[in-house]
Design a protein around this ligand. Structure first.
Ligand code: EAX
Length: 339
């Protein structure tokens, strides 16, 4: 069992000491079993209807039940605790316990994650899961230890699509010069420059307002998130480019994870596994449900030739990423995707 000092150290993340423990601290005899209750602060940048939020709610319920209330979750959605980059920094500092963020934002903390950002590299979910759930993905998550973060699993944000408010886009020519929001990721910015757009990064939580005010004409992201965030109120067209697959790595503060009792860590690990399959299941249905719910949005499906016109511009981006992180990871992903 943890020492009193460490238990008090965790008060920042709201550890409620059972009356028994306080009595013990003051040398009184106690009858009730000693147990510490830990409330984990979990944050994210999507809405309360997102598949990620639903999976956190699932985790909260499962953890409370399976640990007899020793571990519970307090969820902060919609960037309430800062942007995804700030959430990662808060986990490093121990001010936040748990979060799921787009892997694109992790590139600034660990460049190897840029390997996942090369557009048009992933073709389908089977290839994605072979990479993420295989040695490459596991190694990438483990590499976060070096920057004071424990990577737990890959939840699914989804395949990303190009959306805009100006015209139906079927070619890079249609996108030329369009002011476009990207995630805070240099590979994405370089890629959309190569496609002819005028890209600039912005935190997700500020995107709706920026689109509403016309700061940007275009953006890109999964259709289910587009729907969740009501972007259909400020964007008329979706071009199904499937240009990047966005995982949502689930992250935890390593001290919190290592601070669990062996019993609770085993329960926590199993709940993460169950929540991951639950979240992916939701995500796999979310895009089509969203399309059905947005008849006012024009969906453009590209022909293979039109799709290739976008993909053929990504050669230099492969070189840029290989120069930055070496070709080993990139080549391994390409081999696994095309296996
Ligand atoms: O949580 O910033 C974005 O567009 C991402 O999809 C973000 O991770 C959403």
């Amino acid at each position: 069992m943890q020492s009193f000092a460490t238990l008090t150290g965790h008060l920042a993340r709201k550890t409620f000491l059972a009356p028994g423990l306080i009595a013990l601290a003051f040398g009184l005899t106690v009858s009730a079993p000693i147990s510490a209750q830990t409330v984990l602060k979990a944050a994210h940048s999507s809405s309360t209807t997102s598949t990620g939020h639903q999976a956190l709610e699932f985790m909260a319920k499962e953890l409370k039940e399976k640990t007899d209330g020793r571990i519970t979750l307090q969820i902060f959605p919609s960037s309430q605790l800062g942007s995804e980059r700030e959430q990662i920094e808060s986990i490093q500092l121990g001010n936040l316990d748990l979060s799921f963020v787009s892997s694109a934002v992790l590139g600034a903390f660990n460049q190897d994650f840029f390997a996942l950002d090369i557009p048009f590299m992933f073709k389908d979910r089977e290839g994605v899961y072979r990479v993420l759930d295989g040695a490459i993905g596991t190694q990438l998550l483990a590499s976060l230890d070096q920057v004071g973060i424990k990577g737990l699993a890959y939840w699914e944000n989804g395949f990303r699509q190009l959306t805009n408010n100006v015209r139906p886009i079927r070619s890079p020519k249609d996108l030329e010069g369009m002011k476009m929001r990207t995630m805070e990721n240099e590979v994405h910015i370089a890629a959309w420059k190569a496609e002819g757009a005028n890209p600039a990064p912005l935190a997700f939580g500020e995107l709706f307002t920026a689109l509403q005010q016309g700061t940007f004409d275009a953006q890109e992201g999964p259709i289910n998130l587009f729907y969740d965030m009501k972007f259909y109120e400020v964007q008329k067209y979706i071009t199904r480019t499937n240009h990047v697959y966005s995982p949502w790595p689930l992250l935890i503060n390593p001290d919190v994870y290592n601070g669990f009792s062996d019993q609770d860590r085993a329960i926590f690990d199993q709940v993460v596994k169950d929540a991951t399959s639950y979240q992916r299941q939701l995500a796999q249905q979310a895009d089509e449900k969203a399309v059905a719910a947005m008849p006012q949005v024009q969906i453009i499906d590209l022909t293979p030739e039109e799709h290739a016109a976008f993909a053929d511009r990504m050669g230099p981006i492969y070189d840029t990423v290989k120069k930055k992180i070496g070709s080993e990871v990139v080549d391994a992903i390409v081999a696994e995707v095309n296996r």
